[in-house]
Write a protein that binds this ligand. Structure first.
Ligand SMILES: [Zn+2]
Length: 169
């Protein structure tokens, strides 16, 4: 195995271990889906989950999901810097996602259902930040940056403030 091929394989394993959708792992690593599916079986002992690859606007369905996605997006930007607007920074994406999983529970306001985003959604968010379909907006009230997407169902305002208002009501 050539070194480059070895690195692609290593990347595939890191992504599949975190449960990323086979079609995206194949897109990233150029390893054929059939080999990836048997890898999934080896790693998780079951067949890969199927399902639709959505867009960021599809992920931001509720305030809680928007808050969760914003936490990930901010961690990703903190890890990768302005490089996220030029390409998908995979190493930073994985580091940010792992940090996100630890933090998500603590940042989500009480009394809200915790909806962690999965690694496939994290990649979709990174892709849409790069293309501009998803973007950051600063909240003048609580001073966090939150995520918005074109055609999103949630109102174009801060999810943290909206959740806090709901919690207080
Ligand atoms: Zn706010």
């Amino acid at each position: 195995m050539k070194l480059a091929a070895f690195h692609q394989f290593e990347t595939a394993v890191a992504l599949l271990q975190r449960g990323m959708h086979v079609s995206i792992v194949s897109h990233i690593t150029r390893i054929n889906p059939k080999s990836l599916r048997s890898l999934v079986h080896e790693i998780h002992g079951k067949r890969p989950a199927s399902g639709q690859i959505t867009s960021t606007s599809g992920i931001l369905r509720t305030r809680a999901a928007q808050a969760s996605a914003s936490v990930f997006a901010v961690l990703y930007r903190a890890s990768a810097g302005s490089g996220i607007f030029e390409g998908i920074e995979l190493t930073n994406l994985l580091a940010a996602y792992d940090r996100y999983l630890v933090l998500a529970g603590e940042i989500t306001p009480p009394n809200t259902q915790r909806i962690p985003i999965d690694i496939t959604q994290a990649w979709v968010i990174a892709r849409d930040i790069q293309t501009g379909a998803a973007y950051f907006q600063a909240c003048h009230h609580c001073h966090i940056d939150y995520l918005l997407a074109d055609d999103s169902r949630t109102p174009p305002s801060c999810p943290i403030c909206a959740l806090n208002k709901q919690g207080a009501a």
